[in-house]
Every structure is written in structure tokens, then in C-alpha cells.
Design a protein around this ligand. Sequence first.
Ligand code: SF4
Length: 487
Amino acid sequence: MTLQAGRNYREEASKGLDNDCLQKSLKKLQNNFGKGAMEYWASMTDSGLRDRAKNTRMETLANLDVVLSTLAENVEKAGGHVYFAKTAEDAVNYCLRVAAKNDVETVVKSKSMTSAEIGLDAALKGSDIEVLETDLGEYIIQLAEDQASHTIAPCIHLNRSQIGRLFEEKLAVALHRRYPPNLPDCQKSTLRHKMLDADMGITGCNIACAETGRISLVSNEGNIRMVTTMPRVHVALMGLERVAATMEDHQGLLQLLTQGAALQKLSTYVSFAGGKRLAGDPDGPEEFHLVVIDNGRSKILGDNAFREVLACIRCGACLNICPVYGRIGGHAYLSPYSGPVGAVVSPLLFGINQYADLCKGESLCGACLDICPVKIDLPRMLLELRYKLAYGDRKWQTRKHDRGEALVFKLWRISIAAGPLYRLALRCGYWMQRPLFGRKSLLSILPGPAKRWCADRDMPSLAGEPFSRRWKKRHGKGRTQHGVKDG
Ligand code: SF4
């Protein structure tokens, strides 16, 4: 399940650039959270924590089969059920079967990107089940029939007065146009009785712990605690990589997650769930189901070039520093996973050719690597993806993305290798461009297929005298700046 239908990266990116409200919000987000996280890492007392966390993540991934079977064993010991779903369809069908078996009419959900990835909401609604998001941001997105645009702040593209108008229209509450009162209170008064009456709660999973058989969920609103304890049935969805082997590993990751996401030492609520309510427990579900979703992840796991991306703990910090995300926003990524991490994960999960624009759109500045709490080298993986797009790759069913571009570079490589031919071509190009462009140094318009190059940038015109000749004139024939003989 992806969000591509009828939309494309360029159009969505242009819309983002033209959206003043989004631009203001992104600027604020990056100034506060992006810069804030970098300062946080720089002043950390335990400077080795990030490296240790990266190592434990990679070690867990190397032993994932053992870690997942320990997790399943411990969840089942506590009376829970574990289902390993190979595909998105498997996962959705399992949830529908659990819902049918328990006569579920209403589902309350907490934020889950995995649920968006597999298209669960649409399937539940298709089975006449009412679905309600309980996270404030996701609730706003649901009311607006919109899509999330940030990992942690899903409705960052809407401002306070737009949300106020939405509440007025959909919830029939009278709000002051410019200064709506406490929006969370409006949401809570509408949702509380639904939470109390819901038959099933669906959550994601921030990090599961194999040693304890518990999953942890962080929130600042308290909604997750209600979703996991009030309904009769709790279904938790997790990508198969979201697990720590031991409680000690888990604790370090949780700390980095909340610091990377919101500069918090710990979020306001941390809920641990797993297993069913036991005799004497004041609350909790009668049934607990953990759905462990593969949906392409084991293929990523099996490729050493990309395995590292599964170490991601979805903190969203890389979005808060990325200069590309910071201008175009999250909708352009056409996936629940946006920003630099989305530019790597979405092509791997949903098709490299289909998501080629994402791989090519990032700037490779390296800021995402610097800010990532577990130091994931996203720029390296973006280059790996671009290599596959340039040369094709059978294993990933990737074909050459742009044959015309590949041909141009091939010809350029051949001609540059044959020195005199290259110099002759440059000389001819210089004289041929003159009637069209005069002596301008930057060209904003190019004819024919080259037009696309100038859609977003200028093209430097060919110089009258090549650099190599000017260099020789200045420094003497056969010598470099450092006096070493030129080959
Ligand atoms: S890649 Fe790193 S910074 Fe980005 S969401 Fe994942 S863990 Fe956070």
C-alpha cells in the first residue's frame, strides 16, 4: 500500500514550496527541533550511547530470527498471540479475522505508520467497522481526510486557525476564528466515550523487548494508555525489525528515541503492553495480538548494502534537519515514510523505479547522518540506490531509470577519455552556442530534451578556453600547483 495513485513527486514538491503556512511551520520545526537535537548530541554526558545503540541494533538485526522467536515465546507465555505476516495483505486479513471473531464494531487507534503502510484503515472501514484515531495530530488528519506529513507531527502542514475551522465544521463546536481554545480538550470531549466503548484498540510498537515479551509505546497525550487498556482486544502492529534483544538495549533505544524525536529525556507516558489481562488486574485487554510484519523487510535484511536502514527507530530527527524535507514537506514523499529515511525505505519497500525521484531528490549533504541517534548512513544508501537506477539491478528488479541520461553520460565518458576528441567537441560546442546565447555565463533555457535540465537550475555555458589550458598558461606546462610532474 503506497500513496502514489495519481500524484507525483515534482507536483507535490511544488505545492509544498508554494504553501506559505507549511514553509513557516517547517522553518520553526527545523530551527527548534533540528538544531536542538544537534546541540543535544553535542552536550550529551554519555557520548558513547549513540555508538553503543547502533552496535546493539546491528547485532540484533544479525540475529533477528532468534530475537523474534524469543519475543514470540515470551508474548505467548503471557497469554498473547503472535502472528508473523509475510505481506501487507496477510497482516490486514489477520486483523480483520480477529475483529470478526470478536464482533468488533468500533476500533480506536494510536499513531502507527505501519498501519498506514499496510492500508489497514481502509480495510476496516470496508468491513463496516468504525475507526477513530486518538492521537491529536492523526485525529486532525482523519477529520481533514488528509495524509500525515511528519513522523511525529503528522499535521505540521496545517496551522492553528485552519484546524480550528476544521473542528468547527466537523465537530460542530464554536471556536474563535484566530485563537481557537484548547484543541486537545475539544478532541478529548468528543473521543472519550468512544474510547470507553470501543471493542478493539490498534497501536503500533515503538520498540519491543524480546527478553520481557513486552512492547513499549511512547506518547505525550495519554491516549495510548487508554487504547491499550480500555477495549476488549488489543492488536499491536510492528515491522519485524522493531525489537531489542534485552531490557538494557531497549532502555538505551527508548532514551534516544524520545531525545531524537522531541528533545525529551523521556516522554510523558511510556506504556508497556503484551499478554492479556490477568486475574486481579484492574484493566487491560482480554486478548492481545502482536502482528509482526515483513512486507519486504527480510529482503532488506538480506542485503548488506541496506540492512542498516532497519536500525531506524523512527524518531523523525532526520526530517528535522534535512534541507530537502525542510522545503518540500512530507506529502511529496508519497509514502507514510517521509524525509531522508523515507527516501531510502520507500524505494526499498515499494519499488526503486517507482520511487526513483525520492532517491534523486535528496541533497546528500550528510546532515541526516549527523543527527540520527543511531548514526544510520542514509547518504551512502541513497548513493547505492542511485547506482541501481543508473545501471539496473536484477535482484531489486530495477531497470535503468533514464536511458537518455545514461546514454549522454556514456558518450561523455567515452569522449573525455579520448582527450583531443573531447577538446574538439568543447570547441565546437562553444562556437555553436554563441548565436543562441551570446556571452552569457549561465543559461536559463536550453532547447529540445535539454530543456528539463533548466526547469530547476541554470546551465553554465561552455567557456571559450578550457580550464586545463588556462591552468597550463598560469602554472607552466606539465606542472601542477605543487610542482609535481603532470602525467
Ligand atoms: S534514520 Fe535515524 S534520524 Fe531518521 S527516523 Fe530513523 S532513527 Fe531517526
